[in-house]
Write a protein that binds this ligand. Sequence first.
Ligand SMILES: CC(C)(CO)C(=O)C(=O)O
Length: 498
Amino acid sequence: MGELPPRETNTNRLSTMVNELPKRIYILGAGNLGSFAAHSLAGIPQRPPITLLMLNRQLQRWEEHGSCIDLTTHGMTETRRGFEVERMRRTEDVPLPEASSPEIDLESSNETVSEDHFQQPEQIAETNTPTMGTEGPLGEGPSLKESNPVMDSSLPQQAEVGALTRQRSNSEEAIPSEQEREIDSWFAEVETEVHDQQTGKLSMGNAADSEDDEIIYSLIVSVKAPQTVRAIQRVAHRLTQDSTILFLQNGMGIIDEVNEKLFTDEGYRPTYIIGVVSHGLYSNGPFSVVHAGDGTMALGVMPRMPIKESLQPESLSQLATSARYLIRTMTRTPVFVAVGFPPTDLLQQQLDKLAVNCIINPLTAILDCKNGALLSNMYFTRVIRLLLAEISIVIKSLPELKNVPNVNMRFDTLRLERIVFSIAKKTAGNDSSMLQDVRAGRQTEIDYINGYIVRRGEELGIHCVMNYMLMHLIKGKTKTKSLEQADLLPIAGARRGG
Ligand SMILES: CC(C)(CO)C(=O)C(=O)O
């Protein structure tokens, strides 16, 4: 009897498909995390081709820096080259989505990200400058009001909070919000680009223009949360349902926004992978990153369909080939210490991290202090507890965690408090990423941190007034800062230009 041809198993077929897939990995956002990702991927055997997607201003800095990325670990700097760069297509060629804040009922208004993996909080390494997201639904379990002494009737209730959020004062009409300014300034580069092309002043260097419509199969996105939609918008025409986007960012709710604004058709959206990163990274200048603390990268493929009830992992054979390729490539890059998790596990890690960011980031930004200043101060501890009480109830009520065992224990206020203090201790000498943003008058990620809790709480009928207040203090502080920087702050008795 003749030998039978080898049977094509699922695994065989998938690895053939993976081998046929274009190996190029595109990186959108060359801040600390993006540069760290590019540098690390460039160091593995049979390195994948890597393309950095840039705007003009970044391109200029890239060329000034010598078209390379430096990564400093334990005082030793390693420089890596050989990256392709592409200038992203101009926005006027792309229909831009209505820019909006992810806040519920808010007035329609129009990079260092610190990522920490909190499954093992003791692993979080100290960094100098961070770089780099009830017992049941209301009615089934205790309400926030019952469990939280501050939730009394003197505080604005749901309708009032909604009404407050809808108000827009005349002064707000007159002066663009800090979000509008930030988005404008990001996109102002396009205008510069047109002008410079006309005057011929700007050298495009060796950068390819990404106006060819080559499909992007593997994309890593590491821009700040509020810039994500508009950044992906620039390459959305090159993304298909065969593509995979890996999000390496702070905050939560970004993917919902990307779906709502860019990939509305569930059947045709790319596969999404979320990465929760705990490496301590800080910047030494453009394309120059210090890897100050070893960490991990938890990766999880998000189900294609909207997450309503509990998250079902997609079976391996259902995964896009590009997703398998990207996960394989990330996990074979030793520096990342990357591990894949089922979606529900990853979600819980994201929520742990979110809870920490909801406390440390805005409080340090408002108090203008290092993370460590939140420790051993009973006044701050009281504020932290009130905030965590709201956060804990919202998380425990999330429908996507409904069938997950031990959710109540895992997201208990006391456990969250322990994680917050442990991270504050480990990063005691840090300026949080939000503090850095506020100081620089940059738009913060507050809408995707406390704003996410407020929004999910509203959906569930839980009034998160503490988080709501904090969110608006941050927005107010950012606005004041940006007005100060633009010399627009009205001060009694002071005359501008006089
Ligand atoms: C954990 C913390 C607060 C470290 O500074 C962080 O992730 C951030 O600053 O964004």
